[in-house]
Design a protein around this ligand. Structure first.
Ligand code: MG
Length: 352
């Protein structure tokens, strides 16, 4: 099979309400959708959803590089995924969003060629995945009310954005736990907002609230800091912004209890599988998360989650906040319980 064309289209999504995390307020997002065509009539979709302060690229650089990769990859076999990555990485380091887009389009085509959904192509046996939903930062009262709203909507797992002053953050978690009761899974993402000592103090103060994990408490470069927090905390500690590649995963073993994989950070499913292999070989769990992306990338990540037992925590919630009419199909959901279809490939339709 040969790649005959790669086309690009920008799409814009607006959040129903602004979303606040430790280092930004996000009102919406643009993504770059990729359509990869082949000489066998199969077409695959992918998506680049850069978040500059995490991935170091943006939509314009993703598009510029996408055009270069188009020239480089025309005539290549989309099933030769190792070769595709070798060519992309050989030309440019980093720039993982556009690599992820081309990667997931290749996997879409490969699974279609086999006549199976991507979750089955990747070795999965169960198309159901339970995701959490994320609470942005607000007053403790408003966050508790929002938490209850999600729980009443059928969600059993919540991820809470923290990373401001520890006193306010603790009040937020106390209010949320009180509102949702003891049986809802609560995990925390501090988005690098605390230092090591604040993180250790918070981990101890949060212990009675039965917290599932603390994600990226300290700055991304501070692996030793992560290790110190992990060693002092009875709550599991996970890396997110510190983990972009299989090599990062290797460096993180011994520093954390788990790692958050995002297709946009690592360059797609091919690299995500390697990160998971490194983590699993060190006895660490993986979770999977998302950026400001549409149902294309979110569904690709869902397929990976469904097929990968060591991805034990799922945070694929962006389409609950903003859904575009341009993208249809993909997973369906009832509360946090998501289900992938039996359609071959990603199972996504795009107005392109
Ligand atoms: Mg995170």
């Amino acid at each position: 099979m040969k790649i005959t064309d790669i086309q690009f289209e920008k799409m814009t999504f607006t959040f129903h309400e602004p979303f606040k995390i430790a280092f930004a307020v996000i009102e919406g997002y643009d993504t770059l959708v990729v359509k990869l065509s082949t000489d066998e009539g199969l077409a695959g979709y992918g998506e680049a959803a850069p978040l500059g302060f995490v991935t170091g690229d943006n939509l314009d650089t993703a598009l510029a590089l996408g055009q270069e990769y188009r020239q480089m990859l025309l005539g290549q076999d989309p099933l030769a995924i190792a070769r595709i990555h070798q060519l992309m990485d050989g030309a440019y380091a980093g720039n993982t969003s556009i690599k992820a887009a081309i990667d997931m389009a290749c996997y879409d085509i490969a699974a279609q060629k086999m006549g199976v959904p991507l979750w089955k192509y990747l070795g999965g046996s169960d198309p159901e995945v339970v995701t959490d939903v994320t609470l942005g930062m607000d007053t403790p009262e408003r966050m508790a009310a929002k938490a209850l709203e999600w729980v009443e909507g059928g969600f059993t797992e919540l991820k809470v954005k923290l990373g401001e002053d520890p006193g306010t953050d603790l009040a937020r978690m106390q209010a949320i736990r009180k509102a949702v009761g003891p049986h809802i899974v609560l995990r925390i993402d501090a988005n690098q907002g605390w230092d090591v000592k604040q993180s250790i103090r918070m981990a101890r103060a949060l212990e009675p609230l039965d917290i599932d994990l603390i994600e990226q408490p300290v700055p991304d470069w501070d692996l030793e800091g992560l290790r110190r927090v992990r060693d002092a905390s009875l709550i599991p500690v996970a890396a997110d912004e510190s983990c972009h590649s299989p090599m990062d995963a290797h460096r993180l073993t011994g520093c954390v209890d788990g790692m958050n994989i995002k297709l946009m950070k690592c360059g797609g499913i091919y690299q995500a599988l390697k990160i998971n292999a490194v983590a699993e070989s060190a006895g660490l769990f993986c979770m999977i998360g998302c950026m400001g992306e549409s149902k294309i990338a979110n569904t690709a990540a869902m397929h990976l989650a469904a097929a990968t037992p060591n991805i034990r925590k799922v945070d694929l919630d962006v389409t609950f906040f903003a859904e575009g009419a341009q993208v249809r199909g993909g997973f369906t959901s009832e509360g946090g319980r998501c289900r992938l279809s039996d359609r071959p490939g990603l199972g996504i339709d795009v107005d392109f």
